[in-house]
Write a protein that binds this ligand. Structure first.
Ligand SMILES: [Zn+2]
Length: 146
């Protein structure tokens, strides 16, 4: 997987590496949305979380927690957003890599992402909320999760 940006990041862009161990790598995002925007990546190439084993998932989540504590200790934010996208329908590009990863974003009340995303998300939530369909969907997802 020499072409994968995350499989090769450790060798080619060491300056962005925050920490790593045998299971996970934490690097600063090349195109940060906010200062301290970290990516937490499993060492083994996988396209989505379902391909990872229990030990890898635990290692990945431990790295998320470790990075979160460090960002908060440095006062880069008062809180964080943790995001993970699985979008195989998008073409791979500089901004999208087919190697599963979490985005960890330090956040503050009223930061650059706050106003825009909160207003947008709240309007979508109000628009999409219907108790009967939410109940039906919860049951369907629960059944599929078994
Ligand atoms: Zn990879």
């Amino acid at each position: 997987m020499g072409k994968c940006a995350f499989c090769s990041v450790a060798a080619s862009e060491r300056y962005r590496v925050v920490f790593e161990d045998e299971l996970a790598l934490c690097v600063l995002d090349k195109y940060p949305l906010v200062e301290g925007h970290c990516l937490i990546v499993p060492k083994r190439h996988a396209e989505h979380l379902g391909e990872l084993g229990d030990e890898e998932l635990l290692g990945l989540m431990k790295a998320v927690v470790k990075a979160e504590k460090a960002l908060l200790a440095l006062n880069l934010g008062d809180g964080v957003d943790l995001r993970q996208h699985y979008r195989p329908f998008l073409a791979e590009s500089e901004l999208k890599v087919n190697h599963v990863h979490f985005h960890l974003l330090p956040r503050r009340h009223g930061d650059a992402l706050f106003e825009k995303s909160l207003r947008h998300e709240m309007s979508l939530r109000e628009m999409n909320y219907d108790r009967a369909s939410v109940g039906k969907l919860a049951k369907a997802i629960s059944k599929a999760a078994k």
